[in-house]
Each structure stands twice: as C-alpha cells, then as structure tokens.
Design a protein around this ligand. Structure first.
Ligand code: NDP
Length: 295
C-alpha cells in the first residue's frame, strides 16, 4: 500500500531523504527544523531537518555518529558552539576567528565547521532596514557568542568604529579585538550619536530570568537617524525596541538574523539559494510567542 501524499503534495520524508539536524541542550524549543523544513518544501527537495538533543558529555560521540549515519549537516546551538569548533577537523576562517561553530557540513572526509551568525546579522540589516555598515559607527552591548559574531561581521563589512559595551572587562576587551583597528571597549553613553546600536545580551528575553530587565544601553540615549537592533526576538518587539522607537530611532528585531543565518546553512549544505521568504513566513508567527527559543 502506498502512503498518501503529505499535505504539500509530496511523499517526503522517504527512504531517500537527506537528513540534517540541530544539536543542542535543550533543543526542543529550537526553530531551526521549522526554518530548514520550510526551505526544503519551497525548494521541492527530499530533505528533512530534525532536532537532536545531545546530553552533556555526549558531544564527542555525536559528530562521528552523524557522519556514520549519513547526516548531511548539523546546525549547532547552545551550549555546543565552542566545543564543536574544537572538535571538527576543519573550520572556516570566520568560525576559527570566533572559536565558535553554528553549522557543520558533513563531508565524506570529515566535518567542516562554519559560523553564519555574523553574516546572517549583516544580511538582516540590509534586508530589514536597508542599513549598510560600511563607514558607520556601531555600538554592541554584550560580549558573548552572538556579540562576538556581530562585532567581527560589522568590522568585515567596513564599519568605521565598533564599540563593545560589556560588564566583564576581559570578555569585553576580547570581543573588541575581533574588530581590529575599528574596535574598542566603551560605555553606554557611546550609543549617543552612533549610527547603529545593537543589543546582544539576553536582557528582555521572554521565558528567562532577565525577561523584565532592560539591556544596558538606556533607550533615552537613542533618537532619530539611529538604528536600534535587538537580537532577542521573543517578544517581538522587545520593550527596549519599543522605547527606542518612541525616541524616534528606527528598529529591527532579531528574527531577520535568525532567518538569514539559517538560510546560509541551507546554502552550505545543499549548494542551492535559500528561499528566504518561505523561511520567514514559517517562523514569523511563532517566534514571538515561544519561550526563549534559540538558534
Ligand atoms: P551569551 O550567554 O554567550 O552572552 C551573553 C552576553 O550578555 C554576555 O556578555 C553577558 O555578560 C551579557 N549579559 C547577560 N545578561 C546581561 C544583563 N542582564 N545585562 C547586561 N549584560 C548581560 O549569549 P549569546 O551571545 O549566545 O546570546 C545573547 C542573546 O542573543 C540571547 O538573547 C540570544 O537568544 C540572542 N541571539 C539571537 C540570535 C538571532 O539569530 N537573532 C542568534 C544568537 C543569539 P558577561 O560577559 O558578563 O557574561
């Protein structure tokens, strides 16, 4: 007996399906399978994306296991981005510089680690706000993994200055060095007069301890002619973005970065141009309501 076609009119997944996945701990809130599967459906290819919860201590077995099972690629989320960078045989120059991998391509001769977070962020700036970082003054709040990817990408895109505002001096200084001669550490008042101000801290993120907190840059420092970007996308918009918009700043939430970093993963795995609009539609309604989704 033949299985009836799925809702999309196709018979996938099938015995020939190419499998990709997302690894993390926890991973059940991840929007990556939704994004990837929307892309595969729009491209009309027999691929499927699933979430693989990986227990602490099991990462060393997960990568060879994925290879043995013929998994084509893995998206990597918390807390494994740094550990995967150390575990894969090869890394792209960007992933190597960041010491963090968010995408693994499983090749016949080994796993290759990439990091699409920063390029996804810059793509989202262009697509969502018409903003080109070249020659612009940028301030980034936070010094964690997302901030580091954003700082490096802004410098690579030609920003004239990238100021990192953090709360742990050593981490803040280390993040600023990623921007080379354009980078320095700073304080919240550096946001006054900057072209771009980014929140790359989890402050304000639904479903976390910091849900009621505001990011360290006072929205009162922002105004017309500036773009405020919050990497947080639950809720959409965040209170910080609402306050920035109230001051006259243009605003952008983190959903665009999420979509574009996933689109670049599709392109690395499949060699095809990702259907960004279809991916966007698949998560636009869900992103704001999920408790603390990541990657
Ligand atoms: P990390 O834990 O790696 O880093 C968080 C950073 O924020 C650290 O520098 C930390 O300080 C700082 N921080 C944490 N809480 C506060 C606070 N209340 N006030 C001031 N600073 C604070 O997290 P990530 O970099 O991975 O993620 C940061 C945010 O970005 C998360 O909300 C995440 O969901 C979001 N994100 C969004 C993506 C997207 O596609 N839109 C992609 C990746 C992340 P310290 O250095 O002292 O620890």
């Amino acid at each position: 007996m033949t299985a009836p076609p799925a809702a999309g009119g196709h018979r996938w997944p099938s015995g020939r399906s190419v499998v990709v996945g997302v690894i993390g701990d926890p991973v059940h809130h991840s929007l990556s399978p939704t994004l990837h599967n929307a892309a595969f459906a729009a491209l009309g290819i027999d691929w499927v994306s699933v979430a693989f919860p990986v227990a602490p201590g099991a990462l060393g077995a997960a990568l060879p296991g994925a290879r043995a099972l013929g998994v084509r690629g893995l998206s990597v989320t918390m807390p494994f981005k740094e550990a995967v960078a150390a575990a894969v045989g090869h890394t792209s120059p960007t992933a190597q510089r960041l010491g963090a991998v968010n995408c693994v391509v499983v090749e016949p001769d080994g796993c290759v680690g990439h990091n699409t977070d920063g390029a996804g962020f810059v793509a989202a700036l262009g697509r969502g706000a018409g903003f080109d970082p070249a020659g612009r003054r940028c301030v980034v709040a936070g010094a964690g993994g997302a901030a580091r990817a954003v700082v490096l990408a802004l410098a690579q895109a030609g920003a004239s200055e990238v100021v990192v505002v953090g709360r742990t001096p050593a981490r803040t200084a280390d993040a600023a060095t990623l921007a080379g001669s354009a980078g320095r550490t700073g304080t919240p008042v550096d946001a006054r007069g900057a072209d771009l101000v980014v929140n790359a801290t989890p402050a304000g993120m639904a479903g976390t301890e910091g849900a009621e907190e505001l990011p360290p840059i006072d929205p009162g420092l922002l105004g017309r002619g500036q773009l405020a970007v919050d990497l947080v996308y639950a809720p959409r918009p965040t209170r910080w973005l609402e306050l920035a918009a109230g001051r006259g700043a243009a605003t952008l939430d983190g959903l665009g970065m999420l979509v574009h970093q996933a689109a670049m993963q599709i392109e690395l795995w499949s060699g095809r141009q990702a259907p960004v609009e279809a991916m966007w539609r698949a998560v636009a309604d869900r992103a704001g309501e999920e408790p603390a989704p990541r990657g």
